[in-house]
Design a protein around this ligand. Structure first.
Ligand code: ADP
Length: 626
């Protein structure tokens, strides 16, 4: 027998599970059954796709049994099984890619985050909530030796050679005092029905039933085995035969999410292409949504045979939060995972699935604001990715986007914006480059606010990439197409609709602008009089095709090369600082004010100053001179 140490993360996970998931202990059975079902899926695939496995006689099934007296509970499958190496890799380390990130997210404070743990499937290890010892006997399909993995869920586990007649895995739990309640026919049946009814393989429960004679006297007992789940693939059933609970239960099984889904879409396609799809959108964005190595959420089946759950091509990347199943009748069963990518049938199913999802998104967005707000709070960013990834569906996705705004609380759309527009307003305006608080306080908004013009607040980094790619918003009004330009108030040209600058002050201030420009030199692209300022003395804008200064600074901080972006300084011709400076002849004072006007405009936009000491020195000199 060889003893092995758990990977550090496993020990941490075990500790967390045992100490914080207690209120929901029964899910251990769902996790073990899901693993068994995955193992059956894998072997079924091999027996149709791989010649080496074709000879295996295989009636996929899951068997649960228990012994009340010995306080054991056993879950067995005749699936793909594990050899010694698999046992070490799968049960000694963290197999699920998201788990590690999840653990990192879960800081030291376990109590606070126990909800978070509940939302997250913890897999095999959850069995340690009810057992103080687990034995896993397994034999890999196609191999002769079986192995036994044993652990008490502390720091280590043992592996030794063992006996098992056929391929598959038997997980035996030695239940704790408290866990012993699960060694009972009724609770097992109840848990399986609740959590695993739609596992697509039969789950059998073996139990002893007492027998009585005619007089009602106990005369012994017989061992019985009943199928306790439905055992048919839910996605192939008719919608009319399914209840909401059925969909929810299946979702929890495939997603490891403890929460209900936000919504689901079940489609049966018949005609030139035959397939079934069942898609779910989780209420909360998956943990790994923004990780490059995210785990795709859609499983591919061909004629009920599981093919893969690890194909990122099944859904466009921007829809990577969708969970569910695609089951095709037309793909060949032995389709290799490698050639799936170029497969025409699959790409047609994918296109149709995206259309179906978008149609549902559209309906919800138009008819159920509350639900759509939840969606947007979780998935607005992936939707924005969709705007520039999915050209075919771009218009639809643009209409699904929601934004924060200076005019209303909560989320709003382009369509809502134009419906609120003032008579004669030609453009849609937005501000970007910073967090919401900074943007809302930006002097750039002053003139628009004074005129009562709504400005959308774009506070996500992705906005600066996506919004410039949407120059116009178009809307059909009967026969005519209405169209509005979308303009960024941070950009120099966005002020065309604002009031003109008075000719006289333009003339009067010309010399000052020249002076300021020469003092600031190559720190600025230009110095201009501003139409957008009301209360503030100055602001910065950028040229039409330049990114915002904040964005340029962020890229630089990430070590990306980027041509230097220079701001255009705009000053407020009515502000006392500016009017007083007009007649000033003190060159040093003009220089000091010039720098302070520029630097304060940068600061208020959340830009870091590269020479703050100079700013402070000049500011102090100005304050002393008063
Ligand atoms: P997950 O199932 O999410 O990958 P688990 O911790 O539940 O995470 O299981 C880890 C791994 O152990 C699985 O990915 C699988 O490779 C293996 N495994 C678990 N149970 C079985 C089983 N009954 N048959 C075959 N392999 C299994």
């Amino acid at each position: 027998m060889a003893q092995h140490q758990f990977q550090t993360e496993v020990s941490r996970l075990l500790h967390l599970i045992i100490h914080s998931l207690y209120s929901n202990r029964e899910i251990f059975l769902r996790e073990l059954v899901s693993n068994a079902s995955d193992a059956l899926d894998k072997l079924k695939y091999l027996t149709v796709a791989d010649d080496a496995y074709k000879g295996i006689a295989f009636e996929p099934r899951i068997d649960i049994s228990f012994d009340k007296d010995k306080k054991t509970l056993t879950v067995a499958d005749n699936g793909v099984g594990m050899n010694e190496q698999d046992l070490i890799e799968s049960l000694g380390t963290i197999a699920r890619s998201g788990t590690r990130q999840f653990l990192e997210k879960l800081a030291a404070d376990v109590k606070k985050d126990s909800n978070l743990i509940g939302q997250f499937g913890v897999g095999f290890y959850s069995a340690f909530m009810v057992a103080d010892k687990i034995e896993v006997a397994s034999r890999k399909a196609g191999e002769d030796t079986a192995w036994k993995w044993t652990s008490e869920g502390k720091e280590s586990y043992d592996i030794e050679a063992a006996e098992r007649e056929t391929q598959g895995t038997t997980v035996m739990l030695f239940l704790t005092e408290e866990g012993a309640e699960f060694a009972n026919r009724w609770s097992i049946e109840d848990i399986v029905k609740r959590y695993s009814n739609h596992v697509a393989f039969p789950i059998y429960l073996t139990y002893d039933q007492k027998e009585y004679d005619d007089k009602g006297k106990e005369k012994g007992s017989v061992t019985k085995t009943d199928q306790v789940n439905d055992g048919a693939a839910i996605w192939r059933k008719n919608k009319s035969d399914l209840k909401n609970e059925d969909y929810v239960e299946f979702y929890k099984q495939i997603s490891h999410d403890a929460d209900e889904p936000l919504f689901y879409i079940h489609t049966k396609a018949e005609g030139s292409l035959e397939y079934n799809t069942l898609f779910y959108v989780p209420k909360k964005a998956p943990f790994d949504l923004y990780q490059v190595d995210y785990k795709p959420g859609v499983k591919l089946y061909v004629k009920r045979v599981f093919i893969t759950d690890d194909d990122k091509e099944l859904m466009p990347t921007w829809l990577r939060f969708v969970r569910g199943v695609i089951d095709s009748e037309d793909l060949p069963l032995n389709v290799s995972r490698e050639i799936l990518q170029q497969n025409k049938i699959l790409s047609n199913i994918r296109t149709a699935s995206v259309k179906r999802l978008l149609a549902e998104f559209k309906t919800i967005a138009e008819t159920n604001k509350e639900k759509w707000d939840v969606f947007v709070s979780q998935y607005n960013r992936p939707l924005k990715e969709g705007v520039y990834q999915d050209w075919a569906n771009r218009e639809i996705v643009i209409n699904l986007l929601r934004f924060k705004s200076t005019a209303v609380d909560g989320w709003t759309s382009f369509a809502d914006y134009v419906s609120r527009m003032k008579e004669g307003q030609k453009n849609i305006y937005y501000i970007s480059g910073g967090d919401e608080k900074t943007l809302r306080a930006s002097p750039l908004l002053e003139a628009w606010q004074a005129k009562g013009v709504e400005v959308l607040i774009m506070d996500e980094e992705i906005d600066e990439i996506v919004l410039p790619s949407i120059p116009k918003y178009e809307k059909q009004d009967g026969e005519t197409t209405l169209s509005w330009d979308i303009k960024c108030v941070n950009h120099v040209g966005a002020d065309a609709e604002l009031d003109k600058i008075d000719k006289q002050s333009e003339k009067d201030l010309k010399p000052l602008l020249k002076k300021l420009k020469s003092v600031l030199g190559d720190r600025v692209k230009d110095v201009k009089l501003s139409k957008r300022l009301h209360d503030s003395p100055s602001c910065i804008v950028t040229d039409e095709n330049d990114p915002s200064i904040q964005m340029a600074q962020m890229f630089k901080a990430m070590g990306q090369s980027m041509p230097e972006v220079k701001p255009i300084l705009e000053i407020n011709s009515d502000h006392p600082i500016v009017t007083q400076l007009k007649d000033c002849v003190d060159e040093e004072r003009i220089a000091d004010v010039a720098v302070v006007l520029l630097d304060q405009a940068l600061l208020v936009e959340g830009v870091r100053l590269s020479n703050s000491a100079d700013f402070v020195k000049r500011l102090n000199r100005l304050l002393t001179a008063v």
